[in-house]
Every structure is written in C-alpha cells, then in structure tokens.
Design a protein around this ligand. Structure first.
Ligand code: HEC
Length: 466
C-alpha cells in the first residue's frame, strides 16, 4: 500500500515539475522577445534546476519501481552491481575533476610570482605552458574593479562528488547494512540504528568542524591540534560502531562531507557576496575572501587521506587490524604531511623534515600491520590436499567459475579456486584474507573455523608445499 502511495506521489511530482518546465519555456520565449537580460539569466537558472529535477526524478523513479519487481529474485544482486558500477564511475569522475581543480588552484596560489613586475591591484601572476599553449594568469588582491560577464565558478564538481558518494554509501552500505556496515562482534545494532549513526555522525562532524574553523582558525597551532584530536576521535568512534571496512569508509565520507560543505556553506556564498559587492561598485569584504581561502586550503590537506580511504577496501591489512583506527590516523597524518611538503615546495619554502617523517610514518604502518609468523604452532606438515579440502568447502561456493552462492553468481573480483594452479597462484592473497585480516569467507557465511585458518597459516609458513 505505501508502495502505491509513494508511486502515485512520485508521479504527481514528476508531472508538476514537467509542467513547470513548459511554463519556464514560454516565459523564456517572452523574455527573449523583450530582450530582458536579467530575466533571461534568471529563467535560464531555473530551467537548469527544473531539467535536472526531471532527469533525476525519472531515473530514480524508474530504478525504484524496477527494484520492487526484481527484489528477492536472481536479478537483485546484478541490479546492485550495476548501480554500484555506474555511481562509482560517476563518483570518481567528479572526484578527479574536483581534486584536480583543488591541486591546480592551490598550486597557482603557491607558485604565484608576487614580486617581479606585479601591478598594484594584483596579488601576483603566473606563466604556464600546457598542451602546446602558453597561458598567463593574474590573481587580484581582492577583486577586479569590474566583474567580467563570463566568470567561471568551480562548484558542481564538489556537489556531484558528494551526491554520488552519498548514493554509493546508500547502495553499498545502507542496503546491505547487515553484511557491510554492521559487525555484531564490534557492536550489536540493527540496520536502522547503524544508518542513523552514519548520517548523524556526518552532520554532527560538520557542526563541530565548522565551529572549530570559526573559533580557532586565527591560531594555526591550536587549530592543527584541535583538528588532530577531532580526527582521532572520529577514527576511534567509527571503529567502535561499524565493521572495519565501513569504519574506514565513514572516516572518508566524513572528510568528504566537510570538504563539500566547506564549498557549499562557506566558499561559494562568500564568493557570491564578493561578486555582488563588486558589481555594486563597493569594496568586497576581505573577510569573505580569507574565510573561503582557509577552507579551500584545508580541503587541500584532506585530499590524500580521502583518496586513501576510497581505495582502502582493497587492503584489508589496514582495516582488518586490531589497531585499525590508529593505522587510519597514522596514514591520515602521514599523507597530509606529504601534501604539506608538496605545498611548501611549491612556495619554495625548504622543509627538510616533513617528507621523510611522513614517509617513515607510512612505512611504520606497513611494519606494524605485518603478520606474525607462527611456525612453532605448526606441529605437522600440512599437505595441499588438506588445504584444498578447506578451500573447496569454504570458498568455492562463491570463488568459482560456477558459484552456487545465493547472491554471488559470478566469482567476486574474478577470483576462482577451482584448480590447484589457481589456488597456488593466489596463495598470498588467500593468506592475507584468511589469516591476516580474517575477513574471508565473506561474513564467514560458510562457517570457517579457527583451526582451518591455522592449517592455512601453517601451510604458508611451511612454504606452501603442493
Ligand atoms: C559468500 C561468498 C564468499 C565466500 C564464501 C568467500 N568469498 Fe572471498 N570474496 C567475496 C566477495 C564478495 C569479495 C569481494 C569483496 C571484498 O574484497 O571484500 C571477495 C574477495 C576476496 C578476495 C580479494 C580478491 C581481490 O581482488 O583482491 C580474496 C583473496 C578472497 N575473497 C578469498 C577468499 C577465500 C580464501 C575464501 C575461503 C576461505 C573466500 N574468499 C570465501 C565473497 C566470498
């Protein structure tokens, strides 16, 4: 019943929005006849929003209706796989555009020529050659006297990265909360609680961070310390409520949310106020520029840690560790340190120690997470036959050319253990997931025992005889 009501309301909203786009179309025609520039501009913006709504609503509606038809059939996991693929693809594309712009503009800022032949109204200039062309850029101290008609803004990369990222969180973690988000050995909660913690933590995180920026930013040292405590708290907090993998993703989602919210709530509104003031012939408030600059620079420091988290689910030795939140903090600080070194270098400020210390910090993580050999515990020689029996019983229902699992109809990430050769080739990978991070079999659905893990561990320790 609720399904039908939802369907009808969705259809009505879609109709209303489509009707509105027609109205806009007619208003636009009239405005063009009247040659009224401001009205044309305004309607064009409304048209953009309305078209985006029509497209989004149609796609979302179709997907949701489709989902109800295929729910609990063999098509369900295929549906999620494609949703995952498409959204992830969009997410990385927008993310690359956004982080690319962040790298580029911070580089510009750092590398500006501020001294030689710089006009009074300028902060600096920069020559560059790229793609066979020579470019010359100027940065104004505050704003040009007249705002040019075509002014490029950089905001949709940020918004769409966040939107696709959040959609991915829904598709992967909220829909499969029991398998991916919750680990009952960490905290026994139900899906609704887990999802509420997830969403709530992003909102609370932003509120705290925003206040910290506003109150403490004048004092760089205090701000850096407060920020480190903030990061440590959230890395620890997530490790106490979610599965290892979900804890990492949430830490990244939190940083990504802070970055996007910085753009949405601080940087863009500030820039809008500056443009509006300049258009009226007033001097823009330099505080707006400063606040936007600080947020933009702090976003730049988040980029490398966020990128690590986004690929971390491929590396269970990081999140499948007893000290997973400390590992996460060390990697966050180490990679932010590398970004700091790069920024300082672009500013031609020599910083000898930042890079080696950051790299050592990252290497120490690899050292701390390495497995401890257990040769003494292995009394007897393990044979391949023993190992093969375990793998056929515990893994092949998913990792096979012909899986028998209810959900995975194709071998996950193409990993198959049907033949001796396949198992031997992938023995290190098996060791990582079965012995080191212990996150395979998936959610231990096939009920692998500790003894079986030890057999595999001994087999590898004895150089995997066959
Ligand atoms: C219920 C299905 C299921 C079972 C049973 C299962 N796996 Fe997996 N496995 C998956 C899924 C899903 C993934 C991909 C997601 C991930 O990497 O966490 C995966 C990924 C892997 C990977 C990572 C491959 C890569 O691309 O790096 C390895 C290694 C692995 N499994 C080994 C095993 C071993 C060894 C067993 C048996 C002890 C096993 N799995 C049992 C579902 C399963």
């Amino acid at each position: 019943m609720t399904g039908i009501i939802a369907l009808i309301s969705w259809f009505i909203v879609l109709l209303v929005v489509s009707k509105y786009t027609y109205t806009l179309h007619h208003r636009m025609k009239k405005a063009k006849e009247d040659e009224d520039e401001t009205v044309i501009h305004k309607i064009a913006r409304l048209q953009n929003i309305a078209y985006t709504l029509v497209v989004t609503l149609s796609i979302l509606g179709t997907l949701i209706i489709y989902y109800f038809f295929i729910k609990s059939t063999i098509y369900e996991s295929h549906f999620f796989e494609w949703m995952n693929l498409v959204i992830r693809w969009m997410h990385i594309t927008f993310g690359i555009a956004w982080i690319g712009a962040s790298f580029y503009f911070v580089f510009l800022e750092n590398a500006l020529n501020r001294t030689n032949n710089v006009r009074d109204e300028l902060a600096g200039n920069l020559w560059a050659v790229h793609g066979g062309g020579f470019y010359y850029l100027e940065k104004y101290k505050l704003a040009p006297k007249k705002i040019p008609k075509d002014l490029h803004w950089f905001k949709y990369e940020a918004y769409f990265t966040w939107l696709t990222g959040f959609s991915l969180l829904i598709v992967v973690y909220y829909f499969n909360a029991k398998s991916y988000l919750i680990d009952t050995t960490v905290l026994d909660i139900n899906a609704v609680t887990a999802i509420s913690i997830s969403v709530g933590s992003l909102i609370v995180g932003w509120i705290i961070y925003d206040q910290m920026c506003k109150k403490l930013i004048r004092n760089k040292l205090v701000f850096t310390i407060a920020m480190t405590v903030f990061l440590i708290f959230f890395a620890w907090f997530y490790s106490q409520v979610f599965s290892g993998r979900a804890a990492y993703i949430h830490f990244g989602a939190l940083l990504g949310t802070l970055m996007a919210a910085n753009v949405f709530y601080i940087i863009i509104p500030g820039q809008k106020r500056m443009v509006a003031a300049a258009q009226k012939g007033l001097t823009p408030n330099p505080e707006d520029g400063k606040a936007a600059f600080i947020r933009s620079y702090s976003n730049n420091y988040f980029t490398l840690p966020v990128l690590f988290v986004m690929i971390s689910s491929h590396f269970p030795s990081t999140f499948g560790n007893n000290y997973q939140w400390i590992v996460l903090i060390a990697i966050t600080l180490g990679s932010a340190g590398i970004k700091h070194y790069l920024n300082a270098r672009e500013k031609e400020q020599l910083s000898i120690w930042v890079l080696p210390i950051s790299i050592l910090l990252l290497l120490s993580v690899a050292f701390v997470t390495s497995p401890t050999p257990n040769v003494d515990g292995c009394k007897e020689e393990v044979t391949f036959t023993q190992v093969n029996t375990i793998i056929q019983n515990r893994c092949v229902s998913c990792h096979s050319a012909t899986p028998t699992d209810k959900i995975w109809k194709v071998a996950p990430t193409g990993v198959k253990y049907d033949t001796k050769e396949q198992i031997l080739n992938l023995k290190d990978n098996i060791f990582q997931r079965v012995v080191v991070s212990k996150d395979m079999p998936f959610a231990n659905q096939t009920g692998m025992t500790e003894e079986e893990r030890e057999v595999i561990e001994c087999w590898i320790n004895q150089n995997a005889k066959n």
